[in-house]
Design a binder for this molecule. Structure first.
Ligand code: NAD
Length: 368
């Protein structure tokens, strides 16, 4: 019984909320508006075959509401495949809050948001994402138990980003092994786009491994901090695609791998933590192959943080988290082998693995 299809994103309508929900095959999408606290939020539950949906809350100043809807739909869909590929018993969900994370946050806003999450009755569990941190999760936790990634001082597992960064680092090594025949990163030129929670820790690992790192960010203070602390090179944010590099690591926002940027890339590998890196999975997955660039599917390489927060739900055990995160290395090598043998993109190979598990478990459940 096949219950999950991998519809190419190009076939999903670009507008019309219901058409997009149908196109991406979401189970539920909930909107919340609270004038008093300024909260405007959307929670998207993509699929709950494997368990309750889990995914972080993104706090972002979208250009318009249509962009926010599209982002939450794409991100939540990605979480379904991420959890499935990582072998977790979780479904795919994600949330966005519209606003500027540097100026618009307040306790009242996050507590209202916590009540909103609570009203979904556990079908959606939240955590950190771009623009949110452990302090925000602490406020949310005052209103709902359906939150993870809460501070260690409250018995939680804390910020998941270091685990995402570690998994991404291992994924970069696996990709180097596939492309260059060995996973030694010493002397390799790596360019990292976005040096936030994940990017900074990833840079630390890369430097320790002897890589020559170039960074960029849209915030100048982040760049200054990285140059001062780690002695890395830096470029303006739009120059990152032209840098002389072996490996490009997107760790900012999604959809940066579009036709224009891919044409500018001169690297051998794209392997980074950002979600939904390919603006169009099929088109841009194939473009990368034509350019001889190996692409590490984002939802496989960046699963470390999800593994960490999911373990918090089961009773936290750091050793288990590290063991599961280290599996990303061999999982990627397996995906690269399938892609080569079946003559498909690495993204398609990763989707096949995830969808197979989803359908296997769905058919198991239907026979109970
Ligand atoms: P973050 O907000 O801490 O950092 C993102 C950084 O990217 C910020 O410093 C921001 O200024 C910068 N940025 C945004 N747009 C940019 C651009 N166009 N050019 C250069 N820099 C830009 O977020 P994070 O937690 O580090 O997450 C980074 C990415 O990894 C996101 O796509 C996120 O969804 C993904 N991810 C994160 C985790 C996690 O554990 N935090 C897990 C899985 C995936």
């Amino acid at each position: 019984m096949s219950v999950v299809k991998s519809k190419p994103e190009i076939d999903v309508p670009q507008e019309g909320i219901f058409s997009q929900i149908e196109g991406y095959e979401h189970e539920q999408v909930a909107f919340f508006n609270d004038k008093a606290s300024g909260l405007r939020s959307i929670v998207a539950i993509h699929n709950t075959i494997l368990g309750p949906s889990l995914g972080g809350t993104r706090f972002w100043n979208y250009n318009n509401e249509a962009e926010a809807v599209r982002d939450v739909l794409r991100l939540s869909r990605g979480m379904t495949f991420k959890a499935a590929a990582a072998g977790l018993n979780l479904g795919g969900g994600k949330a966005i809050i519209i606003g500027n994370s540097r100026t618009d946050k307040s306790e009242a806003l996050f507590r209202r948001y916590g009540k909103f999450v609570n009203s979904l009755g556990g079908k959606y569990i939240t955590a950190e994402d771009v623009g949110t941190n452990t302090q925000d999760m602490e406020w949310i936790a005052l209103e709902t138990k359906h939150v993870t990634g809460i501070p260690e001082s409250m018995g939680g597992s804390g910020d998941p980003s270091p685990f995402t960064a570690y998994g991404t680092f291992l994924g970069i090594k696996a990709s180097a092994k596939q492309m260059f025949g060995n996973d030694d990163l010493s002397g390799r030129k790596v360019a990292v786009q976005g040096i936030g929670h994940v990017g900074e820790v990833l840079v630390k690992h890369l430097i320790e491994a002897g890589a020559k790192v170039t960074v960029t960010d849209i915030h100048k203070d982040r760049i200054q901090h990285m140059v001062k602390t780690y002695g890395v090179s830096a470029v303006e944010s739009d120059e990152i695609y032209d840098v002389d590099m072996d490996i490009y690591s997107p760790c900012a926002l999604g959809a940066t791998l579009n036709t224009e940027n891919i044409n500018r890339l001169k690297c051998h590998i794209v392997a980074g933590a950002a979600n939904n890196q390919l603006a169009d999975e099929k088109l841009h997955g194939n473009m990368l192959i034509e350019k001889g660039i190996l692409y590490a599917p984002d939802f496989v390489i960046n699963a470390g943080g999800l593994i960490n927060v999911s373990c918090e739900l089961e009773g936290y055990n750091r050793e288990r988290v590290m063991d599961q995160t280290e599996k990303i290395y061999n999982r990627l090598l397996e995906i690269y082998t399938i892609a080569k043998e079946d003559n498909i993109t690495t993204q398609e190979a990763a989707m096949q693995l995830a969808i197979k598990r989803l359908n296997d478990i769905a058919s198991l459940n239907s026979r109970r």
